[in-house]
Design a binder for this molecule. Structure first.
Ligand code: GLN
Length: 284
């Protein structure tokens, strides 16, 4: 069978299984098996592949037809142009989160500084920022040792020596606030989905760790906790930037103002949803 035929059959199977991105899924999975990119597949679709590769592709398409995320099947996902390793221990990096990276880059325009990413997962936000700001000291922390190990592997593979990762329960790795750890930017994409949100029963999120998705108090608990606790770790005129759900912005802006942050505002993602709320803290 040619690659074109394999792709067509797999696409049909994934359409029947209800995948919203059947053709793309098939291309990414086949490309992964034969170690070629999608452009190569368009050019060389009349070539064949080995029986072993065909069997491997079949197995991946079958798992995808069951709903298993493509990024877990291939073990990678592109984010901010970086190829990141993924694992079921962490959230799969999403395009929406690039909004947070773009914002951090535009507000933290100084050549040097310190950025902290709380709940870093694959390390996506920290690594994207570090790749654009080589002179910044970038730290990512996560509660899960498996996530920390993954983020460290990603940093090493990408050669981003200015990003380091450590295990931490929120800010616990930074024992003495302010004196030892004053960050110019603190970013987070914390869990923010309500436990009873029907969104959790659909698509890739079904296979992602609940610890990275679900928060108490209708999804608000961790966001609100960060607004209060981050204050002790921000440098003077430091920024806090939080990714959140599309309907959480007004409450977060209010909470940030009450907590003493200034210039509080919300930025929309490419889909037009309110996605990141930010403010800065000054002692002056
Ligand atoms: N934006 C993600 C989703 O809706 C959730 C990410 C998160 O909880 N931090 O699937």
């Amino acid at each position: 069978m040619t690659l074109d035929v394999l792709l067509r059959k797999a696409t049909e199977r994934l359409v029947r299984a209800g995948s919203p991105s059947a053709r793309l899924d098939a291309e990414v999975l086949l490309g992964h098996v034969i170690q070629r990119d999608r452009t190569w597949l368009y050019t060389w679709g009349d070539k064949g592949c080995s029986t072993w590769q065909q069997a491997r592709f079949d197995a991946l398409v079958a798992a995808r037809a069951q709903g298993y995320p493509v990024a877990y099947l291939t073990g990678e996902r592109e984010f901010w142009g970086l190829r990141l390793m993924t694992s079921p221990d962490t959230l799969i990096p999403r395009p929406d989160t690039e909004t947070l990276v773009a914002l951090a880059l535009s507000r933290a325009a100084q050549p040097q500084g310190r950025l902290l990413d709380i709940g870093t997962g694959t390390g996506a936000i920290a690594l994207a920022f570090a790749s654009e700001r080589p002179a910044w000291e970038v730290t990512g922390v996560d509660l899960l040792p498996a996530a920390v190990a993954l983020a460290q592997k990603n940093a090493a593979k990408l050669g981003l020596g200015n990003a380091c990762f450590e295990q931490s329960d929120w800010f616990s790795a930074f024992a003495v606030p302010r004196e030892t750890a004053a960050f110019d930017v603190i970013v987070a994409n914390p869990p923010y989905i309500a436990a009873d949100d029907p969104h959790l029963k659909r698509g890739d999120v079904r296979f992602e760790p609940a610890s990275a998705l679900v928060a108490d108090a209708d999804g608000m608990a961790d966001l609100l906790h960060l607004i209060v606790t981050a204050k002790a770790y921000l440098a003077d005129s430091g920024w806090l930037m939080l990714e959140h759900g599309h309907d959480q912005a007004a409450e977060l802006r209010e909470a940030m103002r009450v907590a003493g942050y200034q210039n509080v505002e919300t930025v929309r993602d490419l889909g037009g949803h309110e996605r990141v709320t930010l403010g800065f803290l000054t002692t002056a």
